[in-house]
Ligand binder design. Structure first.
Ligand SMILES: Cc1cc2nc3c(=O)[nH]c(=O)nc-3n(C[C@H](O)[C@H](O)[C@H](O)COP(=O)(O)OP(=O)(O)OC[C@H]3O[C@@H](n4cnc5c(N)ncnc54)[C@H](O)[C@@H]3O)c2cc1C
Length: 459
């Protein structure tokens, strides 16, 4: 038994459902396959649950600052973790249900639940059924990496997937991994009321960022009482009477941190290992990411790879942009490319970090002549009024073209404000456009012209 479709989409993450809807809307018969939860990582175990939980943590943090802001909370600020989780479940669940109902309601679209594996370049098998198509779109995402630490099989641990379902307060949460996911969970749980230790293998937190960004983020989270352990080599895990030990070789500090609970946040692994790609001849790189060209086509004609599984992005907006590129190229004969997009993302600590374009390190490596400025948030009126003056605004521009090369806005509203600069970068307009613009008072964005008036040769 086999069924033929004009297109097959594997996975219902951030690219698959929109692509299926667009193709079905254009009259193509589409099969979309999901093995687990509709909406994938972002909806169920990533962006939506974490940002919902962070909202509860930040509200608790603000309530604790009552004395400073002129109000009083009668009694201690205590989190009811069951209600915190119930709120997260409701918001995340609504999206999950919304994606499923949307797909099931689409004309020309067949929803199939099960694990898909390639059988040939033009067919996949799901639940023992063969589905055939000349166009197959892979949107299988990734999962938390489980490192081969000695002792890992002897102790319980959380990953992002299980951590978002916690409905109690861990007494002491030890997080292995001091990058984006580790930091977001770390500050969240500290604000919920846990003792938190972050153990990082590298010499600094968020090692992909510039050193001054890493240092400032470290200062911010340490001020809240999070303990940071850097340069932790040879990590192993072991059971102790009082909990779980994370053991490490390090240059300073105790070689062992014992916590009541451990969260592993050491990276992501693409879900490409059980997809039968070898039957289709689709090439992967040494990390298991599917090799694609600038229009997201794999090494096999008629097969595309979108989202986290292609290693070009790692964000919801990059997965969604992948869908737009593929759909516009196929249906509108538009020649959109992955290389047209500008790197941008945010780290949702409080204050957040909004990033776009190149880092200082990348600019230095490129050898181009640049101008740069760094401006403290403590001089930004809006931040002062809110009592949130941590961080800085950092912008670099090309000395010749005057176009913006990159920015890091670590400060209140940084995730939103950075997009003012991003859009000017997409327009390929000079920074002077922002410098001459009139912005709304009082906002963080209104300071961008002031900041840009202080550009100096890049050190
Ligand atoms: C804790 C955390 C926080 C995050 N926060 C943010 C954020 O704030 N902003 C942001 O932009 N990004 C964030 N991300 C990243 C974001 O979640 C991902 O980049 C995004 O979800 C990737 O989408 P995707 O479509 O590639 O895959 P996914 O969303 O992972 O979806 C893939 C789907 O494919 C299904 N699947 C896999 N294999 C098969 C198969 N063989 N057969 C059938 N179905 C299959 C899976 O079950 C899954 O539903 C976060 C990630 C994590 C882990």
């Amino acid at each position: 038994m086999s069924r033929h479709f004009d297109a097959i989409v594997i996975g219902t993450g951030q690219a698959g459902p929109s692509l299926a809807a667009r193709l079905a809307g254009a009259g193509r018969s589409v099969a979309i396959i999901e093995r687990h939860k509709f909406g994938g990582t972002c909806v169920n175990t990533g962006c939506i649950p974490t940002k919902t939980l962070i909202a509860s943590a930040n509200a608790a943090h603000l309530a604790r600052r009552g004395a400073e802001l002129g109000f009083q909370v009668n009694g201690d600020v205590c989190l009811d973790m069951k209600r915190v989780k119930a709120r997260k479940d409701e918001i995340s669940g609504r999206s999950n249900k919304g994606v499923e109902e949307w797909l099931r309601g689409l004309k020309n679209c067949t929803v199939i639940q099960g694990h898909a594996r390639f059988d040939s370049p033009h067919s996949v098998v799901v639940n023992d059924e063969l589905l055939e198509s000349d166009k197959i779109f892979i949107n299988v995402g990734g999962r938390a990496t489980i490192p081969a630490f000695p002792g890992i099989h002897d102790v319980p641990f959380f990953t992002n997937s299980s951590m978002v379902d916690v409905d109690f307060l861990p007494e002491h949460l030890v997080i292995v991994g001091g990058s984006y996911i580790g930091l977001e969970f770390g500050q969240m749980y500290r604000r919920f009321g846990s003792q938190v230790t972050i153990v990082e293998m590298g010499p600094r937190l968020i090692g992909r960022e510039d050193e001054d960004v890493s240092d400032e983020v470290r200062k911010i989270v340490e001020l809240e009482g999070i303990e940071i352990r850097l340069n932790a080599k040879c990590i192993s895990l072991a059971k102790r009477e009082s909990g779980i030990a994370v053991r490490m070789e390090c240059t300073e500090g105790s070689p062992e941190v014992v916590g009541t609970h451990v969260l592993l946040a050491v990276g992501r692994t693409p879900n490409t290992d059980d997809l039968g790609l070898e039957h289709a001849g689709v090439l992967m790189d040494e990390h298991g990411y599917i090799v694609i060209d600038d229009q997201l086509q794999t090494s096999v004609p008629g097969i595309w790879a979108l989202g986290d599984c292609n290693g070009y992005g790692g964000f919801t907006h990059t997965a969604y942009n992948d869908y737009e590129i593929v759909a516009d190229n196929l249906l509108n004969a538009d020649h959109r490319r992955v290389s047209d997009r500008i790197h941008t993302y945010a780290l949702y600590t409080d204050p957040p970090l909004g990033r776009c374009g190149m880092t200082d390190t990348e600019i230095r490596k490129s050898g181009r002549a640049a101008l740069a400025v760094k401006y403290p948030m403590s001089k930004v009126g809006r931040a002062i009024e809110k009592g949130e003056t941590q961080g800085f605004i950092k912008i670099s521009v090309d000395a010749e073209t005057k176009q913006i090369l990159g920015a890091a806005i670590l400060g209140t509203g940084g995730d939103e404000v950075v997009q003012v600069l991003l859009d000017v970068m997409y327009a390929k307009a000079p920074y002077t456009v922002v410098k001459r613009a009139m912005h709304i008072h009082p906002t963080v964005a209104e300071f961008l012209p002031t900041v840009l008036s202080k550009l100096e040769p890049f050190a």
